[in-house]
Design a protein around this ligand. Structure first.
Ligand SMILES: Cc1cc2nc3c(=O)[nH]c(=O)nc-3n(C[C@H](O)[C@H](O)[C@H](O)COP(=O)(O)OP(=O)(O)OC[C@H]3O[C@@H](n4cnc5c(N)ncnc54)[C@H](O)[C@@H]3O)c2cc1C
Length: 372
């Protein structure tokens, strides 16, 4: 039977879109590469986060707000459909400031962001809290941390359970999922699109590239930019420790099973997703400064993963003008935006409204017109 869509990429972006489209009754094939592929969705921190989003582009902060507002129902729906508990919590979060200068700059940024959007002025809630005020939210906080910004919108989940639940929900809705199916060529056909696999070909009326860093190679084949680059993050996790009632922070958070997940590095390291001793030491030092009680905790694992970054850090939601019916979707906060992608974005693509509903996020913003 002819498919309505094929989606290239089985990370959290591709599966959220596949789920959203299948829920709307679309026949979808999901094509994912093999274990050698770069996969940000399997190495991230699991934050559902609004703070720090949209400086210079308030619309992005608004999308992040939309998504975190939709997250509780999204997590509950996935749980109901699949029985998988995403370990999602939204009790607020704290972005720590490790010196006075950072505290000053952060507050100035948030005020400026709110000044640029009426909605954010009304709805983006945050407060700068000095260490003593933070202590009840972050018991055990080190006394050299001056403070941080608190916001009730922020939360966290288990990102691997999110991915697993999206796969299970897609399967349940009849999505044709092909693993170890790297696409090397995309083309326009008389009635839609075709994807060349190693020994096979998949066709559909429309197609979405959600291939993370793979977009760079695939998107230009259908007149899309896929203009993304890798930015490495290194992460550490400790042994399981007794659960403490603490809010998550981007620097460190305790997972539902007790391990402390540490890491917020942003490194230009090409396609190398390894870890380095100096960076692991820096992360461990920072973790002990934030929570001195971790000094004696054992680290059980370290890993690196590559963020899917655009030049300005905002999502790329592209609709091809030369090959109508082809789309490219990239973003560097795919966990936060998963609820939005599965619902509003999937419907915008279904109704072919991406370019009118989200013009700010098209690839055109990176193209400087040639001087005549
Ligand atoms: C260290 C780190 C921490 C992060 N923390 C957070 C966080 O706390 N909160 C948050 O919201 N976001 C976070 N992110 C970002 C988040 O992980 C990404 O935005 C998200 O995973 C991107 O999902 P994706 O599906 O676009 O990409 P990926 O997960 O990279 O998936 C792309 C998929 O495309 C497939 N693919 C590629 N090329 C092809 C091809 N030719 N044919 C077939 N398939 C192909 C790959 O197999 C892969 O599965 C973090 C990222 C990193 C690296």
């Amino acid at each position: 039977m002819r498919q309505d869509f094929f989606i290239v990429g089985g990370g959290v972006v591709g599966t959220a879109l596949a789920y959203g489209l299948a829920r709307e009754g679309q026949r979808v094939t999901l094509l994912d590469a093999d274990d050698n592929a770069l996969r940000a969705s399997r190495g991230n921190a699991g934050l559902t986060w609004v703070q720090g989003k949209g400086m210079g582009m308030p619309r992005y902060a608004e999308l992040s707000l939309d998504s975190v507002e939709a997250w509780p129902a999204f997590a509950a729906e996935l749980h109901r459909r699949t029985g998988i508990d995403l370990e999602y919590e939204q009790h607020g979060g704290v972005d720590l400031c490790l010196d006075a200068e950072e505290a000053y700059a952060r507050q100035a940024e948030y005020r400026e962001l709110q000044a640029s959007s009426e909605r954010l002025r009304r709805e983006f809630r945050w407060e700068y809290l000095e260490r003593d005020a933070l202590l009840p939210l972050l018991p055990g906080l080190g006394d050299s941390v001056p403070g941080g910004t608190w916001s009730p919108h922020d939360g966290h989940c288990n990102p691997l359970f999110l991915l697993r639940a999206l796969y299970a929900a897609c399967r349940d809705l009849g999505v044709d999922i092909r693993h170890a199916a790297p696409v090397d060529r995309l083309s326009k056909t008389a009635s839609g699109f075709s994807a060349n696999l190693r020994n096979d070909r998949v066709e559909a009326e429309r197609c979405i590239i959600a291939a993370g860093l793979g977009a760079r190679q695939l998107a230009p084949q259908l007149g899309l930019s896929g203009d993304v680059f890798p930015l490495r993050g290194q992460m550490l996790i400790t042994e399981r420790l007794p659960r403490v009632n603490q809010l998550p922070t981007p620097q460190i958070r305790q997972t539902a099973t007790g391990g402390y997940l540490i890491g917020d590095t942003h490194e230009r390291a090409g396609h190398d997703k390894g870890v380095t001793l100096p960076m692991m030491q820096t992360l461990a030092d920072k973790a002990v400064r934030i929570f001195p009680f971790l000094r004696s905790a054992r680290l059980v694992r370290a890993w690196g993963a590559l963020r899917v970054m655009t030049a300005d850090g905002y999502p790329l939601y592209e609709r091809s003008t030369t090959c109508p019916g082809a789309y490219n979707v990239n973003c560097h906060s795919g966990i936060t935006l998963a609820a939005f992608h599965a619902d509003t974005l999937a419907r915008a693509i279904l109704d072919d409204r991406l370019h009118t509903q989200f013009p700010q996020f098209s690839g055109a913003r990176f193209h400087v017109p040639a001087t005549p």
